[in-house]
Structure formats: C-alpha cells, structure tokens
Design a protein around this ligand. Sequence first.
Ligand code: ASP
Length: 446
Amino acid sequence: MISRWHSVALWKRVLLGLALGFGIGLALRYVLPLPAVVVTEGAGHLEIPGAEYIGQYWIYPIGQTFVRLIKMLIVPLVFTTLVSGVTAMGDPKRLGILGLKTLGLYIATTFFAVVLGLTMGTIVSPGKGVDYQSASSASTDAIESQMEPTSTSAGLARRLIEIIPENPVQSLADGEILAIIFFSILVGIAILLAGDAAEPVRVFFDSASAVVLKLTSLVMELAPFGVAALMAWVMSTKGVGILTSLLWLTLALYVSCLLQITLIYGLAIVRGAMGLPLKRFFKGIADAQGIAFSTASSSATLPVSITCAETNLGVKKSVAGSVLPLGATINMDGTAIYLGLVALFAAQACGVTVTSDKYVMVALLATFASIGAAGIPSAGLLLSATVIQVVGIPADQSVLVIAFIFPFDRLLDMMRTLTNVTGDLAVTCAVAKWEGALDEELFRKE
Ligand code: ASP
C-alpha cells in the first residue's frame, strides 16, 4: 500500500491532495449538518459555525505543521545552495552577467503582467456596481491595524542599504532573504578567490547543500497531506461566498493569471525563447505550483521551487540557487496583475474616472509594490492601499475597499502566488539555458 502510494509521481499526489482538501472543505461547510460551537476568546464567548470550528481548530494546525516544516528549510537551503552554486560557477565574472539577465527578465515579465492586469480591469470592470461600504467593521479594524504607512523613496534607499547585513548570523536567524543572498554570493566569491586554501570549505558547502536538498525531499513526502489540510481549511472557513461579492474581480484575476502563465511564461519564454517542450516544464513545476497555491506564500514555496528546478528541470545549482531566491523576493507578477486590477476595481466601485496619466502611475506603482512585496500571505492586499490612493480615492475609503476584499483575499492570493512562483521558475529556466546551465536531456526526459 505504502509503496504503491510512493510509486505515484509526487505532483500527482499533490494534485490529489488539493482536490481532496477542496472536496472535504466544501462538504464540511455545505453538506454535513455540523452544530455551531461556542468558544471562549479572552473574556467573551463566541459562537462559530461547526464547519469553521473544525476548519480553524482541527484542520488548520495540520496545514500549519507542513508550512512550518518547509519554512524551516528556507534559510539553510538558500545559504548552502547559493554558496555552493557560486563556487560551482568557477568564475565570479559570470555572476554579473547572470544577475543582469535575471533582473532584465524579471522586469520584462512584470511589465507584461501589469499591462495585462490593467487591460483586463478595464474590459471586465470588476468594481462596477459593487457596494464596498458594506465591508464588515471587524475587517476594517483588522486592515487598519495591519496597514503600514506607504513607502517613500527614503524607505527604498534604506531597504537597499539593508541588503548588506550588519551581522550575517542575525540575518540568517531573521530569514532576511536579500541579505542572505548578498552574503552567500560574497562567501562563494571569496571561496573561489582563496583557491586551494578554501577547498575544505567548498566541499563542505557542496555536501551541506546535498543534505538540505535531501531534507527537502523528505519533507515533501508530507506535501499531499499538507496541501489537503490547507485547502480543506480555506474552503471550510471561507466557502464560496466570494462568488457573490467578488465574482468579477476573481474571474478577472484568475483569467489574467492563466493568460500570463500560458502566453508569457509558456509560449513566449519556454517554447518561444528556449524552444523547450511546455508539457515537461509544467509537469516539472507542478509540485511547486501546488504548494504555492495552497500556502499562498512564495517564500514558503522556495525550497520546493529549488528542488523542482534542479531535479525535474535540470537547472544547475548555480542558477537555481541564485535566481529563485531573488525571484521569490522581488518577482511577483501575479501580485502586479492583482494590484492593477484592485486599483481599477476601487475606482469603479467609488465612481472615480481613471485618466490616462493615472493609468501610468498605477502601472509604475504596481511594479514597484510587487517588487517590494514580501512573499507571504496577504502581502499584496495590504500593499494595494498605495495603488488605490493613486487613482484618487481618499485613505478612509480605500480602507473600506480593502476591508471589503479582505475576507476572501486568500482565494485570490492562492492564484497570484501560483503565478508568482511559475514566473520565477520560467525565468530561471531561461537564464539557465542562456548560461549553459540547463541539462536539456533531463528537462526533456519523460
Ligand atoms: N502571497 C503572495 C506571495 O507570496 C504575495 C501577495 O500577497 O500578493 O507571492
């Protein structure tokens, strides 16, 4: 029984987990007659529907166990893979070229994403006739407490400086990915420059990265159960209420993301620029997509993306270990699509006309905000305040619009995260191919 389970490809098991979780969640919410449960929170008592109780108190902890297990791998994996990737590259000069190609492609894909989001938002008009004033006061409070003041250029300069870790051990402990990338690259370069004297350290990092990669594949054996629990949690606590209040926004986002994935990543990059088979690409990244969709976090998906790129697509460590962590931090095309859509949604709901100069402003801000967004759940929703204000909606109303989306944002977040991760992987393959760091035989292998 167990060996039969393991003989099925992991991505198929993950998809099965997603489907089962979806079904279980909906059955709990709509089919089974579960009695409401009274829980004590603080000094008061709260009556919550049975399905939400089971979802929140029983199923969610199972999903979180899995999420914590993969998050546990992020820092060790990025650090060891990146150091050993840089040393495997052999020549520090190649890093600069690799970095430029990576940044260029990341920016290009984000540009298409923003245009797609704004076009779709104009055609579909998801905010027309939406009564956002009905946002619940609980959501408004939650949003107000989480919203950060909008970032300024001074904030950007500070963030750039903070890429240099004052204390690398602290950055590793705090999981600051950009600082870790910076430090790891420098350590890799220093190992190369030190030559023979650094040989034991080079071998150590090689071996350490193999160990962490193995650990990732062990944790991934739990993925089907983890994603099932996460899906069941979302569906049992949120249901499909999104279909009544945010139907058009949801449709516009899902369709735009699917277009971005098939046209830009699939046809333009994988097939067009690289001349590689689409089916193999999508099969190879299915695990990462499943995890992205169920966790709604690019960062949490990172260990899985790195494993997929190396073991299924044949991307060399030097590229997978550098391009993917950077992508999980700065390349968020699904989020960029979403930000453009939400800006137009808000304008339409508030009856504000969006002039062409505001379109340009939204496009620019959506690009920067998507670069600045953290790869964690709901990051995009909180950042949408910036783009909503740019179209000319006062702060207090923008809080209402965001609070209106808030209860259902998870279902939107899942799709944008899937898109973000797919974009990172497509760009990684392209950079690997251009750098001669792609094992095409492995990529094409059935
Ligand atoms: N959750 C997304 C991610 O991790 C970011 C977002 O909220 O848009 O990629």
